[in-house]
Design a protein around this ligand. Structure first.
Ligand code: CP
Length: 351
């Protein structure tokens, strides 16, 4: 494969973008359109330069990236590891189970001890919203949010958008529906911020117990019937129902939910001819999507996973490069970058 993405050839890293100054990636809400495009173009360049991830680069040589996962993960954790190693970096894998958290060590003490092993970038997943931002105030290394409760999952939003750009060239003018559990979905929030900045129209659709009218305040269309919006959509992103975050059941039965909101063969027949079927994963076959749609010709679900490696290469390289350029270790600086989000008000009226 040869490429002219950012003028990069196979085996070469792209030039560091002078406009990039963020030492952390905590959300997509605060990113400018230019910053979003920088990450996406850098990810495309790394994907091409590593020839589909079969070639290693040296862009992170001498750097150590630590994965700190306090929640389960298959895609995010493994792709961050692979991304760091594809760029020549070292990795540390931390999971809370089996760690000294069980002996009473706090989250911040744990992170600072990992950082003391000369870590350059920490990738953090935690069930509490705002945890990555709080961590960024206590450590000198870069921090990347790998999913914080129902707040954001910025690299998921980026890889979703990268996949749309690959298949459609641009997000501008497209109608993208996020279907299902909007109230508890960090993926939905990151997609909403990212897609709207890049010119897409976003529809959130699902049962009223999981989709608040409050999202209209952010320019998003709110819908309660998948069948009504189906013919207008260019992309359908089927979100998993996050039972583990819910205190009460949002609908009487999974069967009833599937009847109203699952993407199945019959609905696909009424969608646009070139509709893209996406899902962040893990998918629950027979709940939000049927197997023939998940594995069918419109599905780009595994392309999303592939692009996850490219996006994470880009983000690891950009934040660690910005840290180097800002003079290395600095704690508690750049308040606009590390401000912990205000969760005192419901952000969509249902959570
Ligand atoms: N989409 C996603 O975050 O998957 P994992 O939970 O497996 O990382």
């Amino acid at each position: 494969m040869s490429t002219d993405v950012m003028g990069v050839q196979p085996g070469q890293s792209p030039p560091f973008p002078e406009s990039w100054h963020r030492r952390h990636l905590l959300d997509l809400e605060s990113l400018s359109t230019e910053e979003l495009v920088t990450v996406l173009d850098t990810a495309a360049a790394f994907k091409a330069a590593t020839e589909g991830f079969r070639r290693k680069l040296t862009a992170l040589q001498g750097k150590t990236c630590a994965n700190l996962f306090f929640e389960n993960s298959t895609r995010t954790r493994n792709s961050f590891s692979l991304a760091a190693r594809r760029l020549g970096g070292d990795t540390i894998e931390f999971t809370s189970s089996g760690s000294s958290i069980a002996k009473g060590e706090t989250f911040i003490d744990t992170a600072r001890n990992i950082e003391a092993m000369n870590v350059d970038v920490m990738v953090v997943r935690h069930s509490t919203p705002g945890t990555p931002a709080r961590l960024a105030q206590h450590v000198g290394c870069s921090v990347i949010n790998a999913g914080d409760g129902a707040h954001e999952h910025p690299t998921q939003g980026l890889l979703d958008i990268m996949t749309i750009r690959e298949h459609r060239g641009s997000c501008r003018g497209l109608t993208v529906a996020l279907i299902g559990d909007i109230a508890y979905s960090r993926t939905a929030r990151s997609n909403i911020w990212g897609l709207q900045k890049l010119g897409a129209k976003v529809i959130v659709c699902g049962p009223a117990t999981l989709v608040s009218r409050h999202w209209e305040d952010f320019g998003v269309e709110v819908a309660y019937s998948l069948d009504e919006i189906l013919p207008r959509c260019d992309v359908l992103n089927l979100l998993r129902i996050q039972f583990e975050r819910q205190h009460t059941r949002p609908f009487p039965s999974v069967r009833e939910y599937a009847l109203l909101f699952a993407m199945n063969r019959e609905r696909l027949g009424r969608a646009k001819k070139n509709v893209l079927i996406m899902a962040p994963g893990p998918i629950n076959r027979g709940v939000e999507i049927t197997p023939e749609v998940a594995d069918g010709e419109h599905s780009v679900i595994l392309d999303q996973v592939t692009n996850g490696v490219a996006v994470r290469m880009a983000v690891l390289w950009l934040v660690s490069g910005a840290r180097d350029r800002s003079g290395g270790e600095r704690k508690g600086r750049s308040p606009s970058e590390v401000a912990v989000p205000d969760f005192s008000q419901p952000r969509d009226g249902t959570a």
